[in-house]
Every structure is written in C-alpha cells, then in structure tokens.
Design a protein around this ligand. Structure first.
Ligand code: FAD
Length: 414
C-alpha cells in the first residue's frame, strides 16, 4: 500500500491524480481463515488490525453484512473521553484515548483527532458530588480531569447560559485532552491498514449461521456460502443478541435506537464538547461548522435506526435552554443507530460458551471513544486467551453480580 504524504499529494497533482490506489481491496471469500471477525465497524476492524500488528496473525477475514463503518461507527457523535469512574473502565478508555493521540500517524490516515476538551456539566448537587468523586478517582487512575467552577465553564464556553431556566450550571467535569475524531476515517484508516496486511474485508456478506462441532466453532454460514475458521470474534454491536442466538447462548443486552442530529453550518462558536446530562443533550461543532447534537436512547427495544420523535423535541429543548443562541438554527439531518445496552452500562469483552469464540459488544451509547483500546485488548484476548484490559468485562460478571457500574458516566451520555 502506497504511503499518504504531502509529497504524494504534490506528485499526484502533477499527474492528474491517476496514481491513487483503492484504500482497500474487495476480495472474494476464501474457504477458511485462521480468524474470522463478524462486523466491520470500528471495534471489529481495530481488533483485526491489532491481531496483525501485535500478534502477527494476518490470515483474518472481517465479514460485514452492509458496508464497512455503516453501523454505529459511522452514525455516532464522535465524543472521545476517558473520565470514567471504575478502574477497569478508566484503563480501557484511557488506553483508547492515548492511542487516538497518534492514530493518524500510526495508520498513515488522517482520523482528524481533535483534543478540544470535553465538559460534562454538573446541574444538580447530585452531579456535583458524582463528578467531584470521578475527578478524585481519575487522579488515582492517572487520567487527567478536574472539577471546574461555573465561572471557568463560562470562560471555556462563552455561549453557555449558566442560569438555566430549570437547572443552573453548578460546575463541570473537564477533560482537556478529550475531544472528537472523524468517525468514518477511523473505520477507513483501520480498514486500509488491515487490507495492506493481506486481511480480507468482505462487505455485503451477511452471516446467518454459526457452524459448530463438539463445543467449538467450525465456521460461519453467510449469504455467500460457508467459511471455516480457527477462531471467531463476534463484534456486531446492536445485532449481538442475534449472533449470540445463532451461536446458542444468550446475552444480557437490550438493543435500542439512539439518535443524533446535525444543524446547518455556522461560524465557529464553540471549540469544545459540552454534555448536559441532566437536561439531556450534548453538542459540539464540526470542522464544517455544523452543530452536532446528541439525543436520547429509546425507552423500548427496537431495530429501526430512526428513533422516536419526542427525543428530538426533548434534545432541542435541552440545548436551547443551555445555549439560547442556537434557537434559530435549522436542523439538516437526523438519524439513529442501534446500540447494545448492558445493565451496568459497561461493555462485554469475553470468552463465550464456545471454546474458540469470543464476543465484543455492550458498548451501548459510548463505544466510539473506545475503539483503539477495545481492539488492542480484544485482539490480545483472542490471541492469548487473556487480556488485562478485558479482565473486568467478562460475561461471568453478570452471573457473579460483579458489575462494573458506569451508569453515572455512561447512562445517558456518550
Ligand atoms: C447516535 C449515536 C451517537 C453516539 N455517540 C457516541 C459518542 O459521541 N461517543 C462514543 O464514544 N460513542 C458514541 N456512540 C456509540 C458508538 O457509536 C458505538 O458504541 C460504536 O460505534 C460501536 O462500534 P462497533 O464496531 O461495535 O459497532 P458497529 O459500528 O455498529 O459495527 C457492527 C457491524 O456489524 C455488522 N453486522 C451486524 N450483524 C451482522 C451479520 N449478521 N453479519 C455480518 N455483519 C453484521 C453491522 O452491519 C455493523 O457494520 C453513539 C452511537 C449512536 C448510535
């Protein structure tokens, strides 16, 4: 694969851009691979990448029913932060945030990581206590966050209304090196790197069965035929329940639609990410100038990828009271993604009842930020059978009552 560089741009400018290669190849599936990953979202692609990079396992196929990055990875609002409460969570999200810092150089693909800072507003005494506690926990975990005053919030976000007709801003949890990245580019960057290692990314190939022999996975059935494998990774977010069903086990997961909207572009007015969890809305400004707005998750299980109308109204109301100047903005687009929610709002990175099958899911409303760390840890779990980063997130925790409770950090936010 040719390297992208300033030199390459200049070179191609002189030859009518005829020399660019396809970023990844679209091969026909082979009969068998050492490893199959189902799901070419960010987590599946990152897992494949680190299997190759860290463990030299490159006989890998990533099987995708639609197009790569077309699931939640290409539908999210791209917030990256690692200010979680529990040690296991802080470790995996901070690992991911750290990898994001140099991901563009690592993949030779501009993922547009923008560490512009993330504020989670505290608008009740409960939130003040909760975020102060998280800031203390983060200090012990080596995650750099601080609890800041309302005056400092106003300094960072001049367009904010501190008074709030319903809930005044009482402070905020500030992570200066949190931020955003371009979601498609993360999927495309990993895909290109996987393809250049010789891995097969097979799109438009829905998996509709998991073939088993004596307690092990022998391969998968797809709409393009059967494919054998030595190990299987299931990384399909909102469709995890279906795939687990095909494999013969159950998951403690509910799939619901989470939605987002984006406005017409306006001049730069807010250079960080603000999350207002009590009134329930969050917002950042894209490089194009659009206000990117995140809304709520449906209260009922569904697979619609649209979301309920009343969430749009609630989100708009929350943001207009937090940022009155946006009240005349026109919204351009609205969409939804099917997120996979666990009861403790923490992911599942686990072995399964099938000896050579592993599952990575349960990222719910907040897994974009985790993609590099999740891929790193899950690849290690698949290659070695154990990963310190995944140790707290096994399926057995639901039987043992050993929850990783992140409902404060992730219950509504992203
Ligand atoms: C509106 C919205 C806003 C969000 N905002 C944020 C945010 O700001 N920050 C954050 O960190 N996270 C956010 N998230 C969550 C984040 O998007 C997800 O946690 C993350 O993208 C999950 O990635 P994934 O690779 O696991 O899943 P996906 O990207 O969904 O990939 C799974 C893939 O599996 C494929 N698949 C499913 N079934 C099959 C099958 N039978 N055969 C083959 N392939 C199959 C799907 O087509 C899909 O491409 C948001 C999500 C949504 C919907």
């Amino acid at each position: 694969m040719k390297r992208y560089s300033a030199f390459a741009v200049v070179r191609e400018a002189f030859r009518n851009h005829a020399g660019w290669e396809k970023a990844w190849v679209n091969p026909e599936p082979r009969d068998k691979y050492d490893v199959i990953i189902i799901g070419a979202g960010g987590h599946g692609l990152a897992t494949a990448y680190y299997l190759g990079k860290n463990f030299g396992i490159t006989d890998v196929a990533i099987i995708e029913k639609g197009w790569l990055g077309g699931g939640n990875t290409g539908r999210n609002t791209t917030i990256i932060r690692s200010n979680y409460l529990q040690d296991g969570s802080a470790a995996i999200y901070e690992k991911a945030r750290g990898l994001y810092e140099t991901l563009s150089q690592e993949l030779n693909y501009n993922v547009m990581f923008s560490p512009r800072g993330v504020i989670m507003l505290a608008q009740t005494q409960h939130e003040v206590r909760g975020y102060r506690r998280t800031a203390h926990a983060n200090a012990l975990q080596g995650v750099s966050t601080e609890f800041i005053s309302p005056a400092r919030v106003k300094e960072i976000v001049p367009i904010i209304n501190l008074e709030g007709p319903r809930y005044p801003v009482l402070g905020g949890l500030w992570q200066a090196r949190g931020g955003t990245a371009r979601h498609d580019a993360v999927a495309w960057g990993y895909a290109r790197a996987c393809s250049s290692m010789g891995m097969h990314i097979i799109q438009k190939c829905e998996v509709n069965g998991i073939r088993q022999h004596e307690g092990k996975v022998a391969g998968i059935s797809t709409i393009r035929g059967d494919i054998g494998c030595g190990k299987l990774g299931i990384v399909v977010a909102g469709h995890s329940g279906h795939l687990a069903d095909m494999a013969g086990f159950r998951l403690p997961i509910e799939s619901v639609t989470l939605q987002a909207l984006v406005s017409e572009p306006i001049k730069p007015c807010m250079d960080c990410v603000v999350m207002a969890n009590t009134v329930h809305g969050y917002m950042s400004q894209s490089d194009k100038g659009e206000m990117v707005v995140g809304g709520g998750a449906d209260g009922h299980v569904n697979y619609t990828q649209r979301g309920s109308f009343h969430h749009i109204e609630e989100t708009a109301r929350a943001l207009v009271e937090t940022f009155p100047m946006i009240s005349r903005l026109k919204m351009l687009r609205q969409w939804g993604g099917i997120v996979d929610m666990t009861g403790d709002r923490s992911p599942i990175l686990s072995r399964t009842p099938l000896e050579n099958a592993y599952i990575n899911c349960g990222w719910g409303t907040g897994g974009f930020k985790a993609i590099p760390g999740s891929g790193w840890g899950f690849a290690e779990l698949m290659a070695r059978g154990y990963s310190p980063l995944c140790a707290d997130f096994g399926l057995e925790r639901f039987k043992e009552g050993r929850f990783v409770d992140e409902s404060v950090a992730a219950g509504v936010a992203h």
